[in-house]
Design a protein around this ligand. Structure first.
Ligand code: GLN
Ligand code: ZN
Length: 756
């Protein structure tokens, strides 16, 4: 049985590419040095795949920034404003990725979006009416030849024509359909060139195929590929899908003359059923995604063997593959020196997944796979009790009833009670929680972690910061204050570290975009709150002022979405455990007289399933109740806020209202206020604070423009429902711009209030 990898991580096990790129951006190293780092990383990735006997080793999965941007560059999809800079190719590429400000001009970067259901972000290609799509770049070919010099014939990969045209943004009157001919010709050209260079296989990634496909989409897809494949030379084409199943185009895939089809059997819920019912074409190889490319747990060989056995009954030829690129998992457990071997044996990062392929190959090569030592070892691993379960937590989730998910009294009653209690002016002003994390704030945390200062010193610094922050908020006249979140490195890590059941790694970095990497915590066991997490700072802040101070928490869905989840229980069950832990904290804050509590769900929208038909059944049906469980136990006069980072939730607006918070704040300043129309149209009950200015830019909004923004909101939103706030936390902003912007915000609210 042969094995194939869809892609490998590229930042380097010590994030070498990140650091080299950042140095290059600061002119600290030359372009040649940057290229050398790239070449070294590629060589080491190819070598380790070769050592583990991987048969289909990818090339061009490496990227200096993003693979979709690489594909756009390959096909000459470079908007005029970047071309006009007259820079060399890699510089033009970085200008699109990061923007450019210098002697040649001043242009912003391309837009960035989330890559399907991952935390990776891609650059959105822009196609002008005048764009001439043709194979113009050389990276794809160069890297194939480079691997050849290492005696490795790779399988070059690039993003397929359909996904490219679907994800691109069209600047003129032309649409995807208008580019079919030239795009197909350009891909066909690439195939024949790779054929000439000696490539045996080429992989075209089409993750867009796992989303909902309309009739037009299917037509676009078949048009593209019947042209790309017509007259194809001997190079074989693997059409690779991932992140779900291909239920909308399974028949089309079978009918087109692909040599291999890559199907995800991990995330693809209906993949197996499709193969069972519709069979698999005899002339094609099934590249079966059986090793999870997105999570960090060991593969369960028993399940994999059963799956492989069933698939061999349907497909004549089978190749074992990852479910998606390993880009989404960290490099190697070898770097995790602080993790015990006892724990490590349950994990497989990218390198360990290579070993799993080698093992699976060996096991499947045996006459009786089930008697092989490697198989027995793996079976035993899954048979062992991995951790001692928390019976209290399990009993708590098991005994939940409908009443636990319902806050009483109902919203309208609470709203009246809270208005009478807090006596806030109309259009109350507040912020989202964090204040600038200046160098001294980070240095304090760093010194404490290193052990250079005592816990007392560490805390005292934070207390002083809080006092300063409260005094300033009072001075400028905000209505609902916050403590500033100086103690938090990150909105998930901070809570993960204080909860039982999470594991933290030292070097398990995963690329989020460009040079940015994140280190998600791992949900290891049952989650519970072992100690109070936030009350001390909130209580201190409150002691300094007569105004209400919001307590600040991160919600269960966001904590789970930004972690590596367990695979032995459902996401729903993990979410409920986390919800109960955060609920304990909510009740603790309430008991400490914190009367307003904000529970952030920044990432709630992020993990919506790719197909709309799965939204309710697979996600919202537990995510929204998990949030309600967190706050259903508070008194009527405790006000619950939530915050979300996205303005695009018109399509789930009823679900957002069903979270049953008292107030929700969200990003809106960059979105033409479309969300306000949705709110207006659906009779949204929750009070709303659509962000009145964009905190992602250092720009200070004028009082006049803030007033205009508020007036426009008031056209659609009842005065009694509207809050005034920035659109997200202020931690990434500078100090002076923050306070000046907030002064303007308070002033604008005051002036508009007077006209009511
Ligand atoms: N309370 C958090 C903050 O202000 C919210 C962050 C976020 O929405 N990403 O930083
Ligand atoms: Zn936010």
């Amino acid at each position: 049985m042969k094995t194939s990898l869809i892609g490998y991580p590229r930042v380097g096990s010590l994030r070498e590419l990140k650091f080299a790129s950042e140095k290059y951006f600061k002119n600290e190293i030359t372009i040649d040095e940057l290229h050398r780092t790239g070449a070294e990383l590629r060589a080491s990735h190819w070598k380790s795949q070769q050592e583990h006997g991987i048969d289909f080793i990818p090339s061009n999965d490496f990227s200096f920034y993003d693979n979709l941007l690489d594909t756009a560059s390959l096909f000459n999809i470079i908007p005029e404003r970047y071309r006009a800079l007259g820079l060399p190719p890699l510089e033009t590429y970085f200008a699109m990725a990061r923007g450019y400000q210098g002697a040649q001009g001043d242009v912003k970067a391309l837009a960035m979006k989330k890559w399907f259901n991952t935390n990776y972000h891609y650059m959105v290609p822009e196609i002008d009416d005048s764009t001439a799509i043709r194979a113009a770049g050389t990276k794809l070919f160069d890297e194939f030849l480079e691997a050849k010099q290492h005696q490795i014939t790779t399988k070059p990969v690039l993003i397929g024509a359909f996904t490219l045209l679907k994800l691109a943004k069209y600047n003129g009157g032309k649409q995807a359909g208008d580019f079919v001919q030239e795009t197909a010709a350009a891909y066909a050209d690439v195939l024949s060139r790779l054929n000439e260079l000696g490539a045996e296989w080429i992989q075209l990634d089409e993750p867009q195929l796992v989303a909902d496909l309309s009739k037009e989409d299917l037509l676009l897809f078949t048009k593209l590929y019947s042209r790309i494949l017509s007259g194809k030379a001997s190079v074989k084409v693997l059409l690779q899908t991932y992140f779900g199943d291909v239920r909308d185009c399974y028949r089309e895939l079978q009918a087109l003359p692909f040599d291999g089809i890559g199907i995800d059997f991990i995330e693809g819920k209906q993949s197996l059923e499709l193969v069972r019912q519709l069979g698999f074409a005899e002339d094609k190889i099934l590249f079966a995604g059986v090793v999870n490319g997105k999570n960090i747990w060991r593969n369960n060989y028993k399940n994999t063997l059963a799956l492989v056995q069933e698939l061999t009954g349907h497909a004549k030829q089978l190749v074992l593959s990852t479910s998606c690129s390993l880009l989404h998992v960290p490099y190697s457990l070898q770097r995790e020196t602080a993790l015990s071997d006892e724990k490590k044996r349950y994990f497989a990062f990218a390198e360990e997944k290579l070993r799993e392929f080698a093992e699976l190959k060996a096991i499947l090569g045996q006459a009786d796979p089930y008697s092989s030592a490697l198989y027995i070892q793996n079976e035993k691993l899954f048979g062992d009790t991995r951790f001692e379960g928390n019976v209290t937590v399990q009993a708590r989730t098991a005994s939940l009833t409908d009443a636990d998910f319902k806050r009483l009294p109902v919203f309208a009653e609470r709203e009246a009670i809270q208005k009478a209690k807090f006596k806030l002016p109309p259009l109350p002003t507040t912020t989202i929680g964090s204040f600038p994390q200046t160098a001294d704030v980070r240095a304090n945390r760093f010194s404490f972690r290193k052990g250079d200062i005592s816990e007392e010193q560490y805390k005292q610094f934070n207390f002083d910061k809080i006092a300063e922050c409260i005094a300033l908020q009072e001075e400028i006249g905000l209505d609902v204050l916050v403590h500033g979140e100086y103690e938090r490195n990150d909105m998930v890590e901070y809570f993960g570290e204080s909860l039982d059941g999470f594991i933290f790694t030292k070097n398990a970095w995963v690329q989020s975009y460009g040079t940015r990497c994140v280190k998600p915590p791992i949900v290891w066991g049952d989650i519970s709150r072992s100690k109070p997490m936030t009350a001390e700072y909130s209580v201190y802040a409150k002691s300094l002022t007569g105004k209400p101070v919001k307590g600040m928490l991160t919600g269960p869905v966001t904590i789970l979405n930004w972690s590596f989840p367990r695979e032995d229980i459902s996401l729903k069950d993990s979410a409920l455990q986390i919800a109960l832990a955060i609920r304990d904290e909510v009740l603790d804050l309430e008991a400490n007289q914190i009367e307003i509590i904000q529970i952030d769900e920044a990432a709630l929208r992020e993990k919506l399933p790719l197909r709309q038909s799965d939204w309710q059944s697979e996600y919202l049906s537990w995510a929204i109740p998990a949030f309600r469980l967190v706050h259903s136990g508070v008194k009527a006069d405790t006000q619950i806020h939530t915050h979300m980072c996205y303005s695009q939730f018109s399509d789930i607006i009823r679900d957002i209202d069903a979270m049953d918070a008292d107030v929700i704040t969200f990003e809106a300043s960059r979105s033409d206020l479309a969300i306000i129309d949705a709110i207006n149209a659906c009779g949204f009950q929750t009070e709303v604070g659509p962000g009145v200015y964009d905190i992602h830019s250092p720009r200070i909004p004028s009082v006049e423009e803030l007033k205009q923004g508020l007036r426009r909101m008031l056209d659609k939103i009842n005065t009694t429902k509207l809050w005034v706030n920035p659109d997200c936390g202020l931690k990434t902003r500078g100090v002076s711009e923050t306070w000046e912007s907030l002064r303007h915000l308070v002033q604008a609210a005051k002036e508009v209030r007077e006209t009511l």
